[in-house]
Design a protein around this ligand. Structure first.
Ligand SMILES: Nc1ncnc2c1ncn2[C@@H]1O[C@H](COP(=O)(O)OP(=O)(O)OP(=O)(O)O)[C@@H](O)[C@H]1O
Length: 334
């Protein structure tokens, strides 16, 4: 196995809030290998976006970030804004949920893609124009040459999202972090973009962290899945293993809505995570034991209320399949 493109180790993010410290990410670790796709899933508020923003130094000053994230042999946590800007420009591409906050409203699309291209290599103005048009076509934007002269507000939400993806891919990044990158797009465009990303993975060995609620996409593109709850990884494993034999009661709950062939519901509803009764804990008042305990259908033991179950190998599974529950064996029916 090659060296990981990105290794996150024991990442913690705490926000200083009026209610006191909010512990939003609590010891997240994962490895992303070149050419592979790691999916991060979990309910809203589980800390998926905050973790990826922390890696790239994009959190507000009220956030305290601890832990380690090694990209391309270098530590990202604690690096200066200028150094991180360089990493974001070329090494790590990113697409976030809201393209309006990431695109510059006063620059044309050509300028913005051009900046990303130039961060990576020396290119002439004509070269930039040709490559930018090619990228727009690749992400499914028709009439690319005309679109290059547009400003972000002149494009629809879906188009802006695709421009963000084009910018993220322009620098041939070693790692792409995509946070609900294709959720707002229609199924055909989504398929086109997933295909493009797959091609870049094959050609350049780009590693992808794919944050999403869409389990259909996860099943289709992920190699490895990390399930987050209350800022922790509660289960991880190869996609087939995790979908086939989920061990944590939380994962089993989420997968209650796994896509079914010939499901008559519209695609967007069909592949969403199932809604479970109860709410995740307040990050400013995390319980001492398992954070899922109050909602857990197994709730087998008083131990769950007082001790935090460590992420441990699931009995009878492949080594990389791990779950943070005292009852993995029982849950998988062993
Ligand atoms: N600046 C901030 N100050 C305090 N708390 C914050 C701040 N930003 C995010 N949070 C909290 O961090 C937690 C995790 O948020 P995050 O956006 O990472 O969740 P998520 O899993 O990505 O959810 P979604 O799927 O809705 O994007 C939430 O409880 C959120 O309220």
């Amino acid at each position: 196995m090659t060296a990981p493109a990105l290794t996150v180790d024991d990442l913690h993010v705490t926000f200083r809030t009026r209610k006191g410290p909010a512990r939003v990410v609590n010891g997240l670790s994962f490895e992303l290998h070149p050419g592979r796709t790691l999916a991060v899933v979990g309910e809203s508020g589980s800390g998926k976006s905050v973790s990826s923003l922390a890696l790239l130094g994009l959190l507000p000053g009220t956030a305290d970030v601890r832990g380690s994230a090694i990209f391309d042999g270098d530590e990202l946590i604690g690096r200066s804004e200028e150094e991180l800007r360089k990493v974001r420009g070329a090494g790590v591409g990113m697409v976030f949920q809201d393209p309006m906050t990431s695109l510059n409203p006063v620059l044309t699309i050509e300028r913005q893609i051009g900046e990303a291209l130039r961060a990576h290599e020396k290119v002439s103005d004509d070269g930039v124009r040709a490559r930018a048009a090619e990228l727009l076509t690749e992400v499914g934007i028709p009439d690319a040459k005309a679109r290059l002269r547009a400003y972000p507000h002149q494009l629809s939400g879906g188009m802006r999202q695709r421009v963000m993806i084009a910018i993220a891919l322009a620098g041939n990044p070693k790692v792409l972090i995509a946070d609900e990158a294709t959720t707002a797009l229609d199924v055909t465009v989504q398929a086109q973009i997933l295909e493009l990303i797959e091609r870049l993975q094959d050609e350049h060995g780009m590693g992808v962290v794919w944050i999403t609620h869409d389990l259909g996409v996860v099943a289709g593109i992920a190699d490895h899945v990390v399930v987050m709850y209350a800022g922790r990884c509660v289960e991880e494993g190869a996609v087939d293993e995790l979908f086939g034999r989920p061990a944590h009661p939380y994962t089993r709950g989420l997968l209650g809505a796994l896509p079914v062939v010939d499901d008559p519901r519209p695609a967007r509803e069909r592949d969403e995570l199932v809604t479970m009764p109860g709410l995740p804990p307040d990050p400013a008042a995390l319980p001492p034991g398992c954070a899922f305990y109050p909602r857990c259908p197994v709730r087998a033991d008083a131990r769950c209320a007082t001790s935090l179950p460590p992420l441990s190998p699931v009995p009878g599974s492949a080594a990389e399949h791990r779950a943070a529950t005292f009852y993995a064996g029982e849950v998988t029916g062993r």
